[in-house]
Design a protein around this ligand. Structure first.
Ligand code: ADE
Length: 288
């Protein structure tokens, strides 16, 4: 986009696979004319997209990424070019050398409270930006959060995004992070992304998401009955700061109109040391 000439797959040297989704594979790739330019190229098979009726999703992804790339925010993966050949569609994206946050979490088992808070702050900041641009992600989860060199989170995978003005929706994201209002009333707005945020705060500290059954149906049943280990107000979970348990309990409520907004969440005691105006989103006194 910052270069009028249309690119093609021959402009890049494709390296190892970085991951794959339901209709695409992501590869590391280097610009043939400038080895310092490293990208992640998402390759979507045209045949597969048509067969699986995913044309709508790739179109949403392209339009959303174009809009967000123009609006610029360090917490969102940028789209540099798109092109296609006979077989595939290509999205040339920022390369995130740190990979998926989920992989880091699996390696660490759980995050310390300090790291959980650090990642949550970055996520809140990026989500506020997304919502201010009129976009709901609808599939926020640690697989869709990538890490750059500096430990900064970048949200990716906008194939399921929608406008904040949309009402009903037949789309269901990933079972463990789907909000009760989507399951019960087919309702989806910015507070559904906030539900996913609550699930992730829990997961950062406990290692696995709060609502997880043996199959999707059981997971949905747990979600709509708020059946998760921190939900008993008489019991303080062992080894977890009660302040973050309080925040999680406030977010994971069935009625989306009662769920706090991101602005309200930023005022919670768990973030009292956070300087939200610091672009790096570090704590006063800890890393200065
Ligand atoms: N895996 C999926 N997308 C990626 C990206 N943009 N950078 C690094 N790893 C990825």
């Amino acid at each position: 986009m910052n270069d009028a000439r249309k690119r093609s797959p021959h402009d890049f040297v494709f390296k190892q696979e970085l991951g794959h989704g339901s209709y695409s594979t992501v590869y590391k790739a280097v610009d043939r004319t400038n080895a310092n330019r490293v990208y992640a190229i998402k390759v979507c098979s045209k045949q597969h997209i048509i067969k699986e009726k995913k044309v709508k999703y790739v179109t949403i992804e392209k339009n959303t990424l174009n809009l967000l790339t123009r609006a610029r925010h360090p917490g969102i993966v940028k789209l540099h070019y798109t092109f296609h050949d006979e077989e595939n569609l290509y999205f040339v994206l920022d390369y995130a050398p740190g990979g998926e946050l989920l992989s880091l979490l699996h390696r660490m088992k759980t995050f310390s409270e300090m790291w959980a808070c650090h990642f949550t702050c970055q996520l809140i900041d990026s989500m506020q930006f997304l919502h201010s641009q009129g976009i709901i992600h609808r599939d926020l989860k640690p697989e869709n959060l990538l890490l750059n060199n500096e430990g900064r989170l970048m949200i990716t995978d906008f194939g399921t995004a929608t406008g904040t003005d949309s009402r009903g929706s037949s789309f269901v994201g990933t079972a463990e992070y789907v909000s009760p209002e989507l399951l019960l009333h087919n309702q989806c707005d910015v507070s559904s992304d906030i539900w996913a945020l609550g699930c992730m705060i829990y997961q950062f500290l406990q290692g696995s998401p709060p609502f997880r059954g043996e199959n999707e149906l059981q997971t949905f049943e747990k979600t709509v009955s708020l059946d998760y280990p921190w939900n008993n107000p008489q019991v303080t979970p062992k080894g977890i700061n009660p302040v973050v348990v309080d925040l999680t309990r406030r977010i994971l409520v069935l009625d989306p109109s009662v769920r706090p907004t991101l602005q309200q969440i930023k005022l919670h005691k768990w973030f009292e040391l956070v300087d939200w105006n610091n672009k790096e989103l570090l704590w006063r006194g800890i890393w200065q």
